[in-house]
Design a binder for this molecule. Structure first.
Ligand SMILES: Nc1ncnc2c1ncn2[C@@H]1O[C@H](COP(=O)(O)OP(=O)(O)OP(=O)(O)O)[C@@H](O)[C@H]1O
Ligand SMILES: [Mg+2]
Length: 243
């Protein structure tokens, strides 16, 4: 994936959630955002997802400018997979029907075609035994992996993941991280915001450290985690890695 941000800014009232972020990556499969809570990671992901408009600045994904105008945004959202923090599944639909829905409703598949695609994905994630369960009967890790399967069903150009493990216990976190790692190994491009530093270090091609609405540093994980020259990054890592 190629991504270029030029001076992206977004304020909520007087608070600058993003204060002019510029960033460029090329040939990057896994871009990972880290940084302190409230730093602007989710706001940036929501902008990339076309769910939030920046006040100013430009975004280019794979060489195409993102146009923040409703009809274009709708098209953009169709080509993306998004998995956010909570579980975004429809509670009244079974696991497999949750994956089927965007394929039939947005992408024009017949129900039979969609079901085939969905079951294939569930098999890939070893979730096929749970296909007919409603979300309430699934564990947190299973729910989040279904949400990932659903995001992938439409074969998105890029998958956006915002703290997909934040509501999970360690075993479920491991399950979900293994799934994301598998995607990486299969060559799926993704952008992930996470507080899991070990995972960020392991899967990222590039890590962006974002704090107070600014990009403090963009580097390969070996550099950023091993020998960052930015004092703010080092202070943050010292604190979070201590525990
Ligand atoms: N819809 C909103 N209305 C008002 N303020 C918002 C809104 N969304 C985000 N903010 C503010 O913008 C700042 C950045 O928030 P954001 O959610 O992007 O941070 P984050 O880096 O994702 O944090 P965390 O690691 O806790 O998820 C925060 O101060 C937050 O309170
Ligand atoms: Mg966030």
């Amino acid at each position: 994936m190629k991504l270029k941000l030029s001076n992206v800014a977004r304020a909520f009232g007087r608070h600058k959630a993003l204060d002019g972020v510029s960033l460029e990556v090329r040939d990057c499969r896994a871009l990972v955002f880290i940084g302190p809570s409230g730093g602007g990671k989710s706001t940036l992901l929501r902008i990339l997802a076309g769910l939030e408009k920046p006040d100013s600045g430009e975004v280019e994904i794979n060489g195409k400018p993102l146009v923040f105008e409703e009809a274009q945004l709708l098209k953009h959202r169709r080509n993306l997979g998004v998995v956010f923090q909570g579980f975004n599944l429809f509670p009244h639909l079974s696991a497999v029907e949750n994956v089927v829905l965007p394929l039939t409703a947005v992408h024009g598949h017949t129900h039979a075609q969609a079901r085939e695609v969905a079951m294939e994905l569930l098999r890939r994630f070893q979730l096929d035994a749970h296909a007919d369960k409603k979300p309430a009967a699934l564990s947190g890790g299973q729910k989040q992996r279904i949400a990932i399967a659903r995001a992938l069903a439409v074969q998105p150009q890029v998958l956006l993941l915002d703290e997909p493990t934040s509501a999970l216990d360690p075993a479920m976190t491991a399950e979900v991280l293994e799934t994301i790692e598998l995607l990486r190994d299969q060559g799926r491009d993704f952008i992930l915001a996470t507080h899991e530093m070990g995972f960020a270090r392991k899967v990222a091609d590039q890590v962006a450290f974002i704090a107070e609405g600014r990009l403090v540093e963009l580097a390969e994980p070996g550099t950023l985690f091993g020998a960052s020259s930015a004092p703010a990054t080092r202070r943050f890592l010292e604190r979070v890695l201590r525990w």
